[in-house]
Design a protein around this ligand. Structure first.
Ligand code: GTP
Length: 236
């Protein structure tokens, strides 16, 4: 396998599948199956999942009734709901998992403890990190990056519904071209939208490569780890 330890970032929104809200059981089942395959092939898998299918702090704050900090905490709880669903989906097909939360919820899961997370990974358990960074004003991309650095992941795999980074928005511009690889400095220069700047800079400062790929095409995760050049690799 191309990488030994990965941090897989999944978007909450893609969990909706064909629904308008919440969690599509079929989609979460497919994700679980894909994760199982790579975990069984010996890759150590840590996961961070967003919460946008349930709640978005920023958007709620725009309405004026929910303040930003409160909204962000609500968003962190949304990531916990998704993390618990993914944990169950994985366990239902026999994958050993551990869920750790950045906000203490001791009845539900263990707290985030880096050394414990690393031990779990070494034992072949899939580790899911919930509740973002535990702080408002940070995205789940930043949480994913932070955790990836802390557990010394080889790469962060950002699963999205587009198959990489393009010269322009491929959903709007038919001439947009996909990059196979791109450097961190080029992303800055061209002002491309890979992750928010906090997350992206954290990757850059810590030499953590990013691969943006389409997680909704079945088998892509395994193909990627088998060494196929899918999506876009952001490297130095
Ligand atoms: P090893 O030490 O490697 O055996 O790891 P382990 O996770 O099996 O050991 P531990 O005894 O810490 O955990 C057993 C189970 O309890 C696992 O499913 C953990 O996720 C869970 N667990 C551990 N700490 C907590 C906690 O603070 N709260 C909750 N709700 N569950 C916990």
């Amino acid at each position: 396998m191309r990488y030994k330890r990965i941090l897989l970032k999944l978007s909450g929104e893609s969990l909706m599948g064909s629904k308008n809200f919440g969690i599509d059981p079929e989609r979460i089942g497919t994700y679980a199956q894909e994760i199982k395959e790579v975990a069984e092939a010996g890759v150590e898998v840590a996961i961070v999942i967003g919460g946008g299918n349930i709640f978005r702090g920023i958007q709620a704050a725009e309405g004026g009734k929910i303040d930003r900090v409160q909204g962000d905490y609500m968003g962190m709880l949304a990531t916990m709901i998704n993390s618990m669903a993914l944990q169950s989906a994985l366990e239902s097909i026999g994958v050993q998992t551990r869920l750790q939360s950045a906000i203490q919820m001791e009845q539900i899961c263990e707290p985030f403890i880096r050394r414990k997370a690393v031990r779990h990974l070494e034992k072949g358990r899939v580790v899911i990190f919930g509740a973002g960074t535990g702080n408002p004003y940070f995205t789940t991309d930043t949480a994913a990056t932070l955790r990836a650095i802390e557990i010394e992941a080889d790469v962060i795999l950002k699963g999205t519904r587009v198959d990489g980074i393009y010269t322009a928005d491929p959903e709007k511009d038919p001439n947009a071209k996909r990059y196979d690889t791109i450097s961190f400095s080029e992303v800055y220069e061209k002002n491309l939208n890979v992750m928010d700047m906090t997350a992206f800079t954290l990757c850059n400062d810590n030499k953590l490569p990013i691969i943006v790929f389409d997680m909704n095409k079945q088998g892509n995760l395994q193909r990627l780890l088998n060494g196929e050049h899918l999506g876009t690799l952001v490297k130095f």
